[in-house]
Design a protein around this ligand. Sequence first.
Ligand code: 13P
Length: 284
Amino acid sequence: MLISLKEALAYGEENGYGIAAVNTPTFEMLTAAISVAERFDIPMILAHAEVHDPVNSVESIGAAMVALATRSSAKFVVHIDHGENIEFIKRGFEVGFNSAMFDGSRLPYEENVRITKEAVALAKEHGAHIEAELGVMPGREDGKDSSEGVGDRTLYTDPALAADFVEKTGVDALACSFGTVHGLYKAEPKLDYDLIVQLREATGVPIVMHGGSGLSHEEYRECITRGVQKINYYTYADKAALQGSQAFLASNPETYVMAPVTVAAREAVEQDLAQLVTCLYQKA
Ligand code: 13P
């Protein structure tokens, strides 16, 4: 069934859980995420990023996300991730998504405020909620090797600016930069836990971790304790899918069709996500 972003994050806060937001650009990722949420009976956020639209469009994989989430016994938010254009967010809402992230983090501050406000107004028309981003997360945003940005404090979110941003825009959650990077970690992440506390206190809204795959269980738990309530997770799950496929092909060299490879990919993602949620959904 569908629940709202606000409901999912409130449930996380009450229980001391981090809510997993899993990008599901392929059917294998999607069915794996749903089966893990059902098996553990936990609320989860299914996310579709604008950058993944060429893989499968919001009208195809997105429609499947909405349909499967709606009829599942588990609770789901269906969320547009890193929408950089209002038009893309609109397409998501038209398909039935009930939450979206507008990402104006690369825009000048006033421009980010202005378009985020538009996204909030659009979401209200659809009974949906909005996450936005302030601060720069290396990896996806700048197109560079993410390890180059690890520990670069000039990219971290400023709490005073974050407070101003949330007040002006009325967003429901804020993606902040405090030491994670998108993609593969080639250098140790340098997480600023005190900054998470400051950001949570200054803004009064749940803090979202992007670049959430690839951290240790201790790092996830510490971030959740300090105020992170939504953990965006993609790269390491999709990497597991690839490795599961490669292992299947190595042990079944005679395979000449694709379907069993996709089953191996799905099972590998299920294993990866099962480990993740065992950590994120621990009572504080
Ligand atoms: P990773 O791909 O680094 O896990 O980040 C996912 C993310 O932040 C999606 O918005």
